[in-house]
Design a protein around this ligand. Structure first.
Ligand SMILES: [Zn+2]
Length: 112
């Protein structure tokens, strides 16, 4: 269990560094991806770009969201959902991200 006040994330090369203040508004995982991808959702105002704001590229993946990445290494950073006022971040790029709610996530594997 981790009750960090600030979570730090960065791209693969380190050009972009950001923080997320406070606990996530929600957590989850996407079973459509392999390997399974865990993510956290924060309110948009929790996101602060510490380094490399000019090195961030963005692509509108839908009318409701935009995916952001590092222009240098191509590393995924986060996806903004402006209509919801949320940003989602893969747990794998956050330092020490462990949330008590993660224990509630169940992953089922189907054999076929
Ligand atoms: Zn990078």
């Amino acid at each position: 269990m981790n009750h960090a006040d600030v979570y730090r994330g960065q791209c693969l090369c380190g050009a972009v560094l950001f923080t997320l203040n406070g606990e996530p508004a929600g957590i989850g995982y996407d079973r459509r991806e392999c390997p399974v991808n865990a993510f956290g959702l924060w309110k948009q105002q929790a996101l602060h770009i510490v380094r490399g704001a000019n090195d961030i590229g963005a692509y509108n993946t839908s009318p409701h969201g935009s995916r952001h990445w590092c222009k240098w290494c191509g590393g995924y950073l986060y996806t903004e959902h402006p209509r919801l006022g949320l940003v989602d971040v893969h747990a794998s790029i956050l330092e020490c991200f462990a949330h008590e709610g993660m224990n509630d996530l169940r992953i089922s594997h189907r054999s076929s």
